[in-house]
Design a protein around this ligand. Sequence first.
Ligand code: ATP
Ligand code: MG
Length: 276
Amino acid sequence: MPDPQPNTPMLEVQDLGIRFGGLQAVRDVTASLPAGQITAIIGPNGAGKSTFFNLISGFYQPTSGRIRFRGEDITRLRTHQVVGRGIARTFQTTTIYKELSVLDNAMIGHRVRTRAGLLDALLRTGRERHDEGESRAGAMRALERVGLAAQAGRPAGALTQEGQKRVGIAMALASDPHLLLLDEPAAGMNPEETVSLMSLIRELVAGGLTVALVEHKMNLVMGLADQILVLHHGQKIAQGTPAEVSRDPAVIEAYLGGHAHGGQMGQTADGGNAHA
Ligand SMILES: Nc1ncnc2c1ncn2[C@@H]1O[C@H](COP(=O)(O)OP(=O)(O)OP(=O)(O)O)[C@@H](O)[C@H]1O
Ligand SMILES: [Mg+2]
């Protein structure tokens, strides 16, 4: 599963864009995500971050540009085909089934992301029953990776906010992806939970996964990302290391927008001021 060539692009997008009626939500974005690294995508609300993930994962079809994944053009592939190639994602809003067990959630992740649709997974069609053993094994492997194997039998809703986020990540990992897209994984978490989630992401990357994440919590982004891509009004306005991006005038302007409302760009991992 680990990509054999570190620092070669896992994903490359070229002039990627999508228009919704009169709104160009993503415009001419060219960027690459190096294998085995963590890329953070940041930008103000409505910048196009989730839309960017929706394009990469095949939820939306781009109106311009190309997407290459591990050297293959995946621009026109559908969601399940993209999953099959090795891209998995979590969603900005929690999509776990709180009344089901942690294991059942991970198994749904495995089924939805492998051969059957959500309806099949929920209705347990014949084919699904046949695949039950395989799903269970895949789901347990995913739960082990996120440290939830011991909680497999508990209702997912009984877990902490961070535990539930881990369930969501396990659902994505159940398809055994090369690239994992996390949309605001630390939303709603306290500082301790955020630190714990950061270690999990680091462990996954140490195990060979490539990660891209959208996140507003700057301490997480600054402490975790190898590179940061900054979107503003759908366009890439900066790309670089956390240090480079945090002192980029265009980025500071995008966040502060001329109003000194205490934008988050100055915060480093230890809570200090990056510009001090
Ligand atoms: N399916 C859609 N139809 C029409 N407009 C959309 C659609 N999806 C997104 N948009 C618009 O595209 C723009 C970018 O939205 P997006 O959700 O990507 O922003 P974001 O950077 O993820 O913001 P946030 O930080 O608030 O999550 C917004 O103006 C949004 O209203
Ligand atoms: Mg979003």
